[in-house]
Design a protein around this ligand. Structure first.
Ligand code: ADP
Length: 488
């Protein structure tokens, strides 16, 4: 199968969050299964030219944006025989320090930057003849729209189907209606049944309405987004697509995230010998100037500092939590109010709390390896990757039962000894604290705790399984589309 995978970010080229992990690993897994995959990304300044020397393909696309036609030069990298990474270059849009904006706000021309990207992908598809165009998040939302409208009669794309994956419905690419002219689509599409959302242009909604199939990144999240509580205003639109809606749990890349292979950590280890984890814990305690003591339970967090990740329920109980006799380490960036709050906590409790306001991949690996528990009290979590990494590192997850957190973690049962972590349901500070207390009750019982760690380490969320599920969705969607076309 020929698969064109369009994403605004992918590891190891450019990353701001979990979408990049998925867009790096899934195309590779699909290529390993024998499919021919093209991964299309904007050519950002952040993509290190020395590490990834891309070459010109000679392909120059002419991309209409409103009254203008803007050129887009296509560069290529070949990381594996069946996987080609194509970088779409237009420096006026992508040669900037950040991907989407500065800490003080998104770039003002983000609508234009990603309308351009979506249209350029479709122009590239005319030459690449894919069977599947797999689009990801709002930045690619117009691709399915173009396929069903302006490019409907293009012979090269007539047999292609589009699959649209929602990685986080909280980010919809919502822009003022005046940006509609940049799309070159007719105003007849600016209706509540298509691209309009309460007077605004909604690019994510375009992807949901016009794609041939929609997927979300866990089964539970697929159910949740169809409810008003979690649908962020698009639950009705998703219920309308129920027949073509799938929940496929993200896999993780164990080449990158496994304590037996991790090149960033103090000492490698696996479930047959956990002594390396002790060395990693001591190293982490030192790194954050905490007391080096194997007995003190160490709780880690790596996260965007936003309400979605549960910081509004964590903030009121952070001091009572530290009073439970734990060490707490937080690595993250995000909203200013949380930067200030947690920096203050770090200053007030220098030997119990280690706070690093930064995006630091090496440190993320060290925290996964060195912590005893990993906290994810998310309000919602489409899939979540860190809890899955944590399982592999024997770092017991304490999570709220939502989305992918609920699908991947089984609550510990002290009677049967089953489970892989600690879950709480109600989104409240007291439930969160209760779950941490439950974990701390088990922690001193080394035999029970190690069994819990080892059970988590044995779990397997590798991409091979999830990639197979995507292939089944691609095949089903293509078959459905092709039979629909041949019907009178
Ligand atoms: P989301 O995409 O919602 O931010 P995920 O759990 O799906 O959350 O993925 C987050 C990814 O980004 C993980 O790989 C995590 O390790 C990484 N990450 C998040 N914040 C940081 C940070 N401050 N430093 C390093 N890595 C981070």
């Amino acid at each position: 199968m020929k698969i064109l995978f369009a994403s605004p970010e992918a590891v190891p080229y450019a990353k701001t969050g979990g979408l990049a992990d998925v867009s790096g690993a899934l195309p590779r897994a699909l290529a390993q299964m024998g499919h021919e995959v093209r991964l299309l990304l904007p050519k950002y300044r952040a993509i290190d030219e020395k590490r990834f020397p891309a070459v010109r393909t000679g392909m120059v696309l002419k991309v209409p944006i409103s009254q203008k036609v803007i050129p887009c030069e296509v560069y290529a990298l070949d990381p594996s025989p069946r996987l080609r990474v194509l970088l779409l270059r237009q420096d006026s849009y992508y040669d900037r320090e950040q991907l989407y904006g500065t800490p003080s706000g998104d770039f003002e021309d983000n609508a234009e930057r990603f309308i351009f990207f979506s249209r350029a992908v479709v122009e590239a598809a005319l030459e690449l003849n894919p069977d599947i165009l797999h689009c990801n998040d709002w930045q690619t939302g117009l691709i399915p729209v173009y396929l069903k409208t302006l490019y409907r009669w293009s012979p090269a794309l007539a047999r292609a189907a589009s699959v649209f994956t929602i990685h986080n419905i909280g980010y919809q690419g919502l822009f003022w209606h005046y940006d509609m002219h940049l799309t070159n689509l007719g105003w007849d599409l600016f209706t509540p049944r298509a691209l309009e959302y309460y007077g605004k242009l909604n690019l994510l909604k375009g992807g949901i309405v016009f794609s041939d199939a929609v997927t979300t990144v866990s089964r539970k999240y697929m159910e949740e987004v169809q409810t008003p509580e979690y649908g962020a205003g698009l639950d009705g639109v998703l219920r309308d697509r129920k027949a073509d809606l799938y929940g496929i749990l993200n896999g993780v890349d164990y080449e990158e995230w496994s304590p037996a292979k991790d090149r960033f950590i103090k000492e490698k280890y696996d479930s047959s010998d956990l002594s390396g984890k002790k060395a990693c814990k001591a190293d982490l305690q030192q790194e954050f100037y905490l007391k080096v003591d194997p007995q003190i339970p160490l709780i880690g967090m790596i996260s965007r500092l936003t309400d979605q990740k549960g910081f509004d329920i964590l903030a009121p109980i952070i001091e009572p939590l530290l009073d439970l006799g734990v060490q707490f380490i937080l690595l993250g960036t995000g909203e200013e109010e949380y930067h200030l709050l947690f920096q203050k906590i770090g200053q007030k409790y220098p030997h119990r709390a280690g706070i690093r306001i930064a995006f630091d991949n090496t440190l993320a690996h060290k925290i996964e390896a060195g912590a005893d528990m990993f906290l994810m009290p998310s309000l919602y979590e489409p899939c979540g990757l860190n809890q899955i990494y944590s399982l592999k590192y024997g770092t017991v997850p304490v999570v709220r039962a939502t989305g992918g957190l609920d699908d991947t973690i089984q609550d510990y049962n002290p009677l049967s000894g089953e489970g892989t972590g600690f879950k709480f349901k109600e989104y409240s500070s007291s439930s969160l604290l209760e779950a941490v207390k439950r974990a701390l009750q088990v922690y001193p019982n080394r035999t029970a705790w190690e069994k819990l760690m080892i059970r988590g380490m044995a779990e397997d969320f590798s991409w091979a399984h999830s990639a197979g599920e995507y292939i089944r969705v691609y095949e089903k969607t293509l078959a459905k589309k092709r039979t629909a076309k041949t019907e009178p």
